[in-house]
Design a binder for this molecule. Structure first.
Ligand code: KIV
Length: 277
């Protein structure tokens, strides 16, 4: 079996200049496929609120939802690191609550690490979770749980002041002990600068090619989620069309009695069935 991808693998990848791959996963069978394909890490993102549960944003996702999906993903994975996203309000109330919720993602969800959004505002929580021996990934730039504060999904860090704040937060998070930072929707040159300043790896999403790794929402990357496609998404497949055409073929065949055919049917001896008439 291939060697597991761990926190040390993140550090080694940055040191050796090897890019880190990350994708989201929310269920057992997809996680199993992505792991088999060799992805380094799987993020059970709170994006599941939109992609799996059909909410408008991530704010309604609960810690129970996250644990449920983390469990399914962990069961499908042999090599990739599983990261559980801490949902809205699971780390905003008290430090004690935050450690308990992070611990639940590990203990009940089977995740290897947790991710949370924010910088200086959540630094006490980050320190406490790290002290509890739980590996943490930070998340800066466009942090979707702050959607109502940002007023929409917009690129962050374009002004000098906003860019400085992201850099300061990144340094703070590194000092607090996070082992990587997701940079979402920030200009490429800012992400490059931050990646050069940090000793820990950056994982970009809409942050250009200079980050130490990349993450995408799997359903976006496979062309399955079509409600909204951000500019930074590249579709590596068009499963949307495949699923619709396969479903149409199934409906047609079953209506015409072409399915199930002999090969998909169980049989009984004629003598036995005749006795039952
Ligand atoms: O929830 C999520 O999927 C994320 C990624 C977009 C980084 O946080």
């Amino acid at each position: 079996m291939a060697k597991k991808f761990t926190v040390s693998s993140f550090q080694k990848a940055k040191k050796d200049g090897n890019k880190i791959s990350m994708l989201t996963a929310y269920d057992y069978s997809t996680a199993k496929l992505l792991d088999e394909a060799g992805v380094d890490s799987l993020l059970v993102g709170d994006s599941l609120g939109m992609v799996m549960l059909g909410y408008e944003n991530t704010l309604q996702v609960t810690i129970e939802d996250m644990i449920h999906h983390c469990r399914a993903v962990s069961r499908g994975v042999k090599r990739a690191m599983v990261i559980g996203d801490m949902p809205f309000l699971s780390y905003h109330v008290t430090v004690e609550d935050s450690v308990r919720n992070a611990g639940r993602l590990i203990q009940e969800g089977g995740a290897h690490a947790v991710k949370l959004e924010g910088g200086s505002d959540v630094i006490d929580q980050v320190r406490a979770i790290v002290r509890a021996q739980i590996p943490v990934i930070g998340h800066l730039g466009l942090t979707p749980q702050s959607i109502n504060v940002f007023g929409g999904f917009k690129v962050q860090g374009k002004s000098e002041e906003a860019a400085r704040k992201i850099i300061e937060d990144a340094m703070l998070l590194q000092d607090a002990g996070v082992f990587a930072i997701v940079l979402e929707c920030v200009p490429e040159k800012l992400a490059k600068l931050i990646s050069e300043k940090l000793d820990i790896p950056t994982i970009g999403i809409g942050a250009g090619k200079y980050c130490d790794g990349q993450v995408l929402v799997t359903q976006d990357m496979l062309g399955m989620y079509t409600d909204f496609t951000p500019k930074f998404v590249k579709k590596y497949a068009n499963l949307n069309e495949e699923i619709i055409s396969a479903t149409k073929a199934y409906i047609n065949e079953m209506k015409e009695c072409a399915f199930p055919s002999k090969e998909h049917t169980f049989h009984i001896d004629d003598e036995v069935i005749e006795k039952l008439y």
